[in-house]
Design a protein around this ligand. Structure first.
Ligand SMILES: [Zn+2]
Length: 218
């Protein structure tokens, strides 16, 4: 059964959290049950394999926000399912049959955990109800392109993308825009120290990097 990442242009989006990484949620240590890729809002999210939509959650029911659950059609004796979470909007309904690569919705940052990593997709795969690391499954499919999967720490790309400063913006408002939290202005400054000499002086037209924050996991 062929499984792909639930988005195109896989080399464009940095892996921001791996499977099994530990994070604090509601005072409890949790283990990350999927993999996260930072990406701009409204990126096309596609079906990772041929299957059927089995569940959709609205924005604020779970930490995963608007999420689509899909069950594989060709999973033989194993029950294989996947979750694509924190979406902005969803274009399918429960019961829809989809093919690998079909459009499911757009990426966002919905859910109780929003604003921690900024816009990203959470992708989880479960076999017989237990979440497993999707990487090895994907790697097999993309053998020659394995390097694109950022397996080594050193190869993790740490930027969401670039931003062109507009009139009236400050690092605070830019942090607010990308992370829903102006308090992350310092991370933006640190990622651009070669460009921004004084954090209170930024200019319209300047192009700066927007770092992918990988502190707490979603
Ligand atoms: Zn996640």
């Amino acid at each position: 059964m062929k499984i792909i990442l639930p988005f195109n242009d896989i080399e464009k989006y940095p892996l921001t959290q791996r499977f099994g990484e530990r994070f604090l949620y509601g005072g409890k240590m949790c283990e990350h049950a999927g993999i996260d890729y930072a990406m701009p809002r409204y990126t096309r999210i596609i079906a990772p394999f041929n299957g059927e939509i089995i569940r959709i959650t609205p924005e604020r029911t779970t930490g995963y926000g608007k999420a689509v659950y899909i069950k594989a059609r060709e999973s033989e004796d194993r029950r294989i399912a996947a979750i694509m979470a924190h979406l902005d909007d969803i274009s399918v309904q429960v019961g829809y049959k989809v093919k690998r690569g079909d459009f499911l919705g757009s990426s966002g940052n919905s859910g109780f955990w929003r604003g921690v990593n900024g816009y990203h997709i959470h992708f989880g795969i479960s076999i017989n109800g237990k979440y497993i690391d999707p990487m090895p499954l994907l790697k097999k499919e993309y053998e020659q392109r394995a390097t694109l999967f950022n397996q080594d720490d050193s190869s993790i790309k740490s930027f969401l993308g670039m931003h062109t400063i507009e009139e009236g913006e400050s690092l605070w408002t830019i942090a607010q825009k990308y992370y829903q939290n102006g308090g992350h202005f310092m991370e933006i400054y640190k990622a651009n120290e070669d460009i921004i000499k004084n954090m209170n002086l930024i200019y319209p037209g300047q192009v700066i990097r927007i770092p992918a924050l990988k502190n707490l996991g979603i």
